[in-house]
Design a protein. Structure first.
Length: 151
C-alpha cells in the first residue's frame, strides 16, 4: 500500500513539474521569436476577440478544474477500492492540471499574438490556481481518507 502511494505521488509530482515546464518553454519560444509575435497587435478587432476568448476560457476553466476534482472525489473516488481509487485520483489530478494547462497555453499564445496584458494576466490566474493542485503525500492521504501507519 505504501509503495503504491509513493508511486502515485511521484507520478503526480512529475505531472506538476511538466505543467510548469511547458509554459516556460513557450515563453522562451516567444521571447526568442520562434513563434509569431505581435501578429494582431495593430488589429483592434482581432485583439478584442482574442482577449475575450482568453477571459471567457479562464473564467470557465479555472473554477471548473478546481471544483470538478472535488466533486469527482466525493462522488466517485471515495466509493472505490484502494488501488482503483489511487488510479482515479491520479487520472483526475491529471485532468485538472490539463484544464489549467490549456488555459495557460492559450493565454500565453494570446499574449504573444496581441502583445496585450490580458493574456498574461489570465495565464497568471491559471498558474496561481495551480498552487491549489500541488501534490503531496499528506494531501493525498487526507483526500482519500487514508490513515498513515503508526511506527
Amino acid at each position: 500500500m505504501e509503495k503504491q502511494i509513493k508511486q502515485t505521488i511521484n507520478g503526480l509530482k512529475i505531472q506538476y513539474v511538466l505543467f510548469w515546464i511547458l509554459p516556460i518553454l513557450l515563453i522562451i519560444a516567444g521571447e526568442s521569436n520562434w513563434m509569431p509575435v505581435g501578429l494582431y497587435a495593430d488589429d483592434a478587432g482581432m485583439q478584442y476577440i482574442w482577449d475575450t476568448v482568453g477571459i471567457l476560457v479562464t473564467i470557465a476553466f479555472v473554477p471548473l478544474s478546481l471544483k470538478l476534482f472535488s466533486l469527482v472525489l466525493k462522488k466517485q473516488i471515495d466509493t472505490l477500492t484502494f488501488p482503483v481509487a489511487l488510479k482515479r485520483y491520479s487520472l483526475w489530478s491529471g485532468i485538472r492540471l490539463g484544464l489549467l494547462e490549456f488555459v495557460v497555453i492559450l493565454n500565453i499564445v494570446i499574449y504573444y499574438l496581441t502583445l496585450g496584458n490580458i493574456g498574461s494576466l489570465c495565464a497568471l490566474i491559471a498558474l496561481t490556481a495551480s498552487f491549489f493542485c500541488m501534490p503531496s503525500e499528506k494531501r493525498l492521504r487526507e483526500e482519500l481518507h487514508i490513515i498513515a501507519d503508526q511506527p
